[in-house]
Write a protein that binds this ligand. Structure first.
Ligand SMILES: Cc1cc2nc3c(=O)[nH]c(=O)nc-3n(C[C@H](O)[C@H](O)[C@H](O)COP(=O)(O)OP(=O)(O)OC[C@H]3O[C@@H](n4cnc5c(N)ncnc54)[C@H](O)[C@@H]3O)c2cc1C
Length: 473
């Protein structure tokens, strides 16, 4: 029997999962089709900043949706167990020319609705960030920039979609789509589904999904890789807030940021590639980041590097999101969500709901819609191994398996259960932090494979254990 839903969302990254969450809270029926695991694409490998949008371009969809998305996600995160820290940011000018550009950046921020930037002199920069490298001329404080856990949001959105009656199909890559009367007939492997509307949220593959839907090419996704270096937790004291460079026309540049897991990161690079799957780090890219790290916070380069990883931005020909509604065949495309999709995710979902409402679909939130709460992975939260009451009730939360990140047997067990259980090591990592610490799984990965196999019946060979899995967070 072919199931019919009002809306099928293709792509379970942070954007598609946010859309599935929003629509599941309404009278609409919704199905999310994801080729792999939820949040395992670009959404797992970014800089993890909740942007105020102070540096977005006025008049763009991105400016509007980042601003709105910031408000929505900052409000949503605490209830859903998404770690968030209000660190603020300091944009540092390293030359007189850059210093002269700061007032214009503050004015441009006000033009997109963010008027809390504050110019500070060099001594204030060093007071705020004592480990800052020599030569800072002036600074611009952006007090509301925040750091956020990038792994939990897509999982929380998809879990909430299920809790409200939505269907989430993982390992279900859309491979055929055909318009039949007033419906779409979609095929994803074994799965066949009819849908009133289709929302294309396939990230790097949004142009390919457009082709599957039979649309003429309206844009091409150009992968733009960003490599990052993660420093050990001992480096955390060196950096109190996000340290930003003065942006250029092409890129926001390399920044230094604390993470909610208690590390410090430097990156990202910006490299245009041909291969959408090329998440490799290169000796050249990492060397360039270490030079920048040394210039920005010299003491950082005496600290150990815990990990390196790369994410790939879905850039298109335009410097704005490509949000396209096709009324003729009932489809919506969310493409070109390059560097701000985590922040904008809930606003993009709201935007989709608005377009469906324009077409007579009831997208009012139901009174009985429920929320969900996932485990908070943040270092600032009380982790299960620190929670005596929880351990007393269930000893598995006192049994540490990943010693670097202090992840317990109870958390690993939970991650293999529930509506969206991990089915590989990467999934276990994003749900618990296991293997993301100093030893990168050297100590615990064999144990994790065994637990995963016992919990899910997955064979060790398909758990994703390998050099690539270990290198990319
Ligand atoms: C280096 C870097 C730094 C960044 N920093 C930040 C930041 O600090 N703050 C911020 O807000 N944003 C940041 N971003 C941007 C943010 O990560 C992205 O905008 C966001 O993750 C995009 O989400 P998405 O859902 O569109 O794409 P993805 O996460 O890539 O999801 C798309 C999904 O579609 C699936 N898919 C593809 N084809 C099919 C198919 N045929 N059928 C079914 N499923 C399919 C894929 O498997 C994938 O899971 C950064 C990005 C990068 C690369």
């Amino acid at each position: 029997v072919t199931t019919r839903v009002d809306v099928a969302v293709v792509g379970g990254g942070v954007v598609g999962a946010a859309v599935a969450r929003r629509l599941a809270r309404t009278p609409c029926s919704v199905a999310l089709l994801e080729g792999g695991d939820i949040g395992a694409g670009t959404s797992k490998a970014n800089t993890a900043i909740l942007h105020t949008g102070f540096d977005t371009t006025p008049g763009t969809a991105e400016a509007e949706l980042v601003r709105r998305g910031y408000e929505l996600l900052a409000r949503y995160a605490p209830s859903a167990g998404i770690a968030l820290e209000a660190t603020g940011a300091l944009l540092v000018a390293w030359s007189d020319e850059q210093a002269d550009a700061l007032p214009a950046i503050a004015e441009a921020a006000a033009a997109v609705g963010y008027d809390r930037c504050e110019l500070v002199d060099a001594s204030e920069c060093y007071r705020r960030e004592p480990a800052l490298g020599p030569g800072a001329v002036r600074g611009l404080v952006v007090p509301d920039e925040q750091i956020i856990c990038p792994w939990t949001p897509p999982l929380a959105y998809a879990t909430e979609s299920i809790a409200n009656g939505g269907a989430v199909h993982r390992r279900a890559p859309l491979d055929a789509a055909e318009r039949r009367g007033d419906s779409w007939r979609l095929r994803a492997g074994e799965l066949e589904l009819d849908a009133g509307w289709v929302v294309n949220a396939a990230g790097l593959r949004a142009d390919e999904v457009e082709e599957l839907l039979g649309h003429p090419p309206r844009f091409t996704v150009t992968p733009r890789r960003g490599q990052l270096v993660v420093f050990d937790k001992l480096a955390r004291e060196l950096v109190r807030e996000i340290i930003l460079p003065v942006p250029s026309a092409r890129t926001k540049g390399v920044l230094v940021t604390p993470t909610v897991y208690g590390n410090v990161m430097v990156g990202p690079t910006a490299e245009d590639l041909d291969d959408k799957d090329d998440t490799a780090c290169t000796a050249e890219g990492l060397a360039a980041l270490l030079v920048e790290a040394h210039r920005l916070v010299p003491a950082l380069t005496s600290e150990d590097v815990t990990a390196t990883y790369a994410g790939v931005r879905a850039a298109t020909e335009e410097r704005d999101y490509r949000l396209l509604v096709n009324t003729d065949d009932a489809s919506i495309c969310l493409a070109g969500i390059r560097s701000t999709g985590l922040t904008a995710s809930l606003a993009l979902a709201e935007w989709v709901a608005g377009r469906l409402r324009d077409h007579g679909i009831d997208v009012a939130e139901r009174d009985d819609a429920v929320g969900v709460r996932l485990p908070d992975l943040g270092e600032a939260s009380v982790r299960p191994y620190q929670d005596a009451e929880r351990i007393a009730a269930d000893g598995a939360y006192g049994a540490i398996v990943c010693h670097c990140e202090r992840v317990t047997a109870g958390e690993l067990r939970d991650a293999c259960q529930g509506p969206l259980p991990a089915f590989d090591l990467d999934g276990l990592r994003r749900r618990t932090r296991a293997m993301t610490g100093r030893c990168q799984g050297f100590w615990c990965s064999a144990e994790l494979v065994s637990r995963l196999r016992d919990a899910t019946g997955t064979s060790g060979a398909t758990t994703g254990l390998g050099p690539a899995g270990a290198a990319h967070r």
